[in-house]
Design a protein around this ligand. Structure first.
Ligand code: PEP
Ligand code: MG
Length: 586
């Protein structure tokens, strides 16, 4: 494929539009894993030594994070591997040898680190003792960790603002990095619509196209790119016509944005008077301003696991308390729902605990119940921040009643401790659960009766119900929110959940899909939480519908047997209401 050809479509790559918006900027190729260790010389010795010290410190922090997680689950003995790795990082002889060589040879630190630590691993590999061979893997791990951290610093300093980042995959920590520089968009080879990175892109309002397979090979550094997050297209070195068309689209979008913002202070109410609670999801603490300006009626989901990325280690109780308190105060008198750490899956990973099936593994509440210290630290911090009575606590990945009951016991323990310590907190803080595992959907009535509220996490619910990895672009066409099984399950959750008299909300990405919202409301949903950037459009859609028409639309969809029928029906419905659609901008 050639990208200098100007004829139509030859310079267009098609992927999945993961975050809406249009960006026009030069490409920045972010090939972190593939970079090799070069034997480059340096001129600034001080800078090299500081980089090394920072990388060592960062590696230690990461290992402590892993160690604290591993110790409860794997036991002291197996977790000791990580402790041993920390000790290597503190070995004065090794560190001074590395530093002396950097000074003497004036070479990049990663080269010397690689060379020096490889001496040990080579020797160990020669041994016939299996134990020695195993230990050599651990040392190899630590070497790679230091090198990765040395390079990260380099990459960070290389990312300039106003670029479209092109890369293979985006990790949670990359998204934090991108949020700090003014990235105009990102384009990835892998990933699906509800992968964590895509969700963060939406919340940061950065256009993103994912699942392009080999974009990072086709696109060259410095190519001019148009990224169209609506259509899921990337245009490489656009011709004049393409550039003009897109510049006009940007102006139209800005106008549309201004129009939508006029709805800011109006309620999300249907034409026949049904008010829908419209809340915002929060990924990064910086987002709170955006949320306050969006007209959201509170925060329906705080993904606290993102804090690990922001803090680069487990934030302690005091640090967490400050974060939660700031959010609660900023959003007051509205309410904020803080979800306890959902670590695992494609989120923050204790990198060395490789699992064959992380989405079916040690994730969310399972990990928290195995790490009560971590769990209690967070619950205490949330409780302490709840003194204004506008915080609710939500538990992720609930699959069984026992998990709810155990969690409630731990919450009670924390309350008793705080009471004894004379700390003020909301004694009646609402406790809710995510409904994102099919077993919880089936048992919704019992589960809802056990808690104060439930929130449907469609991102996971769809993946588990249909057995389709939410982050895998190869199967993205069968990750279907309009699959009849999904629609009927949602109906079951909403109607059975409401029978318990408890609030049923939704904070998965389906709630932000303009084509799905009419169906969800028709199914009886009364509260949704979406990324702040989606709020104005969703509000506009709600304000142009009647509950009555939506109820019969939902009844129609519940009777369909195929995804195609429901999908077509919902698109036809939205097309009939043409003016509410973002697509209409084209
Ligand atoms: C979900 O699963 O829908 C959800 C909201 O949680 P997350 O995307 O953080 O897994
Ligand atoms: Mg989830």
């Amino acid at each position: 494929m050639s990208y200098n050809m100007k004829s139509e479509n030859e310079n267009i790559l098609k992927g999945i539009g993961a975050a809406p918006g249009i960006g026009i900027s030069k490409a920045f190729i972010y090939k972190k894993e593939k970079e090799e260790i070069t034997n480059e010389s340096i001129t600034d010795l001080e800078d090299a030594i500081v980089s090394l010290d920072t990388a060592l410190e960062k590696s230690k922090k990461e290992l402590r994070k892993i160690f604290s997680l591993a110790v409860d689950k794997l036991g002291e003995k197996r977790a000791a591997i990580f402790d041993a790795q920390i000790m290597i990082l503190d070995d004065p002889i090794l560190i001074s040898t590395i530093k002396n060589r950097i000074k003497k040879e004036m070479r990049v630190p990663e080269y010397i680190v690689n060379d020096e630590i490889s001496k040990y691993t080579d020797l160990m590999n020669l041994s016939h003792e299996p134990y020695m061979k195993e230990r050599s893997h651990d040392i190899e791990d630590i070497k790679n960790r230091i090198i990765r951290n040395l390079k990260k610093k380099k990459w960070k300093s290389r990312i300039t603002s106003d670029v479209v980042v092109v890369t293979t995959t985006v990790s949670p920590s990359d998204t934090v990095l991108f949020s700090r520089v003014n990235v105009k968009g990102y384009v990835t080879d892998f990933g699906g619509l509800t992968s964590h990175a895509a969700i963060v892109a939406r919340s940061l309002n950065i256009p993103a196209v994912v699942g392009l397979h080999d974009a990072s090979n086709y696109i060259k550094e410095g190519d001019l790119l148009i990224i169209d997050g609506y259509k899921g297209e990337v245009i490489i070195n656009p011709d004049e016509k393409q550039l003009n068309d897109y510049q006009k689209k940007i102006v139209r979008l800005q106008k549309q944005g201004t129009e939508l913002n006029k709805l800011r202070d109006l309620p999300a109410v249907t034409l026949d008077g049904k008010e829908i609670q419209l809340l915002a999801n929060l990924e990064l603490t910086d987002e709170i301003e955006l949320i306050s300006e969006s007209g959201a009626k509170g925060i329906g989901l705080v993904r606290t696991e993102q804090l690990f990325e922001e803090y680069e280690a487990f934030p302690d109780e005091e640090e967490q308390y400050q974060v939660y308190k700031t959010i609660a105060e900023r959003i007051y008198p509205e309410t904020v729902t803080i979800r306890t750490f959902d670590i695992g899956g494609d989120k923050v990973l204790p990198v060395d605990l490789k699992e064959p099936n992380p989405f079916l593994g040690w994730r969310g509440i399972r990990l928290l119940l195995d790490n009560t210290h971590l769990f209690k630290t967070q619950i205490r911090a949330v409780l302490r921040a709840s003194s204004h009575k506008n915080i609710k606590l939500m538990l992720p990945m609930i699959a069984s009643m026992i998990e709810i009951r155990k969690s409630k016991e731990i919450i009670s323990e924390c309350k008793n401790e705080l009471k004894k310590e004379g700390k003020i907190f909301d004694k009646h803080m609402g406790i809710g659960i995510m409904i994102e595992i099919p077993s919880a959907a089936v048992l919704i009535r019992d589960f809802a009766e056990e808690v104060d509220f439930v929130s449907i996490g469609t991102n996971d619910l769809i993946q588990y119900l249909l057995a389709v990895d939410r982050g895998n672009e190869i199967v993205s066409s069968i990750y279907q929110e309009f699959h009849p099984a999904v629609v009927r399950t949602l109906h079951h959750i909403i109607t059975e959940g409401k029978k318990s008299g408890k609030l049923v909300s939704m904070c998965g990405e389906m709630a932000a899909d303009p084509f799905a919202v009419p169906l969800l409301i028709g199914l009886g949903l009364e509260s949704i939480s979406v990324s702040a950037s989606a709020i104005p459009l969703i509000k506009k859609i709600i304000r142009n519908l009647t509950l009555k028409e939506l109820q019969s639309l939902a009844a129609e969809c519940l009777a369909f047997k195929t995804e195609k029928e429901i999908n077509t029906r919902m698109h036809r419905f939205s097309n009939e209401k043409e003016k509410h659609q973002i697509k209409n901008l084209y």
